[in-house]
Design a protein around this ligand. Sequence first.
Ligand code: UTP
Length: 234
Amino acid sequence: MSGTGGGEVKRVVVKLSGSIFKADIEQSDLKPFVDVFSDLGKRGVKMVLVAGGGKNARRYIAAAKDMGADESTLDEVGIIVSRLNAMLLGAGFGGLAYPSVPTSLGEVAEAFEEKGIVVTGGLHPGQSTNATACLITERVRADLFLNTTSVDGVYTKDPKLSGDAEKLSTVTVEKLKEILSGSSMGAGTYELMDTVALKIIERSQIPSRIVLCSPEVIKQVLEGGDAGTLLVSR
Ligand code: UTP
């Protein structure tokens, strides 16, 4: 099937790990990503890029929490930072991308009809940018949801904590839920995938791949490669 390790992907939603939007970000951190996406866009691949919140989101959320803000306000703080990241990334595409950052699912869909590249951030409180990216994948009927992260796939245990963790080439949603059980769900603390994202993947049987957030890996996968871990509904 297209986007799952065979053939070039035509319509894709890519969640860009918040880790690339560093606190001291410079254009050289984003340029290699812009180059890869621009090249694919010129070759006819249509895409929505969803920027994560990254360290700045976590810093702003922590400071707002200390100031007494409630959880939904903290989510809104995270959303605004992810939109700022999206705006910065979008600036690199010139006329190739939709010129503003959509703020609703409907706007994303309209933008996607108009332009081959749309760059957006979070949309709704109470979820992660991963869940938002899954909703966008449903809405624009993309062939693939590519979740780029700070790890190179799904492991049997957290590879940052356990030396004997093994990487999986394919994982079912059920198995991933088991692996992630105990993950946090508070503002700014979502891990690999949150339960909202997994529910959407399951209900629409969205082909999804979890890969390292690197321009080379993204290029390889969008050209039909099989890096990382394929997530299947059942
Ligand atoms: P993310 O948690 O998605 O960004 O958004 P991140 O942590 O940088 O992503 P990773 O590390 O790549 O997975 C930051 C915070 O913004 C709020 C949530 O509080 C989230 O934890 N948010 C984001 C929302 O409430 N809704 C959204 O649609 C997106």
